[in-house]
Design a protein around this ligand. Sequence first.
Ligand code: ZN
Length: 218
Amino acid sequence: MTSPAIAPWLQPLWDGLDFTNFPSAVLLHGQSGIGKFEFAVALSKALLCESQHIDSRPCNQCEGCRWFSSGNHPDFIGLVPETHRKRLPQSGMDVDGDQPKKSKVTRDDSDADNVEKKEKKTISIEETRSAIEGLSIGSHRGGNRIILIYPLEMLRADSANTLLKSLEEPPVNTIFILLADRVDRVLPTIRSRCRLLTAPRPNRIEGLHWLQAQLLGI
Ligand SMILES: [Zn+2]
C-alpha cells in the first residue's frame, strides 16, 4: 500500500514542515473535506518511517511503513470516531505474513450499546484515557509515537483536559497530530500549545481537476 495521496493544494504545507525538528503537537485546521485527514495519515506514516529519507516522504519499504500500512503500527494511535476508522490504514492486509493483530484503534467494549451508538460520531472517553495513560510507557519501536485526534472539537471536556495535561508536559518522542474543522471551537488552552497548520482551500479549477482525477481513478 502506498501512502495516502496528499491533495496538491496541501503540498506547500507539507513542504514547509521541518521533519528534523518536528513540534510535539500540531493542530491542522481548515474546512471540512479538503484532504486534512489524508494529509494527517500521510504525515503520521512519514514520522514513523524508519528510513533516512531526504524528502520526508515515507519510504513504504521499512518495517515502520509496513506496520503502518497494515494498520498495526504499535506506536500509532488514532482517536477518531467510528465514521473515520475505515479511512485509517486497516489491519488484515497481511503485508509481511504476520497474523493481523487487534488494532490499536478498536474501541473499548465495556460500554453499553446505547452509549456506543452515541459515540459513533464522537471519540470515546475510554479510548482517550487509555491512550493518554499509555504514554508514560516508552514507544514500542524506539522511535516516534503518534497520536492522531480528529475531530478535535468533538473531544469531550474530560478528555480534552487529559489531553491538555499531556500537551503541557509532552511525553518523550510523542507527537500529537490534532485535526479540527473549526479551530474556533477548540479550547484556547489546547490551541496555544500546538503549532497551528492552516490547510488552505483549493481554488475552483484545482479542486475540479483533482475531483475529476479521483473519479477517473488516475
Ligand atoms: Zn519507511
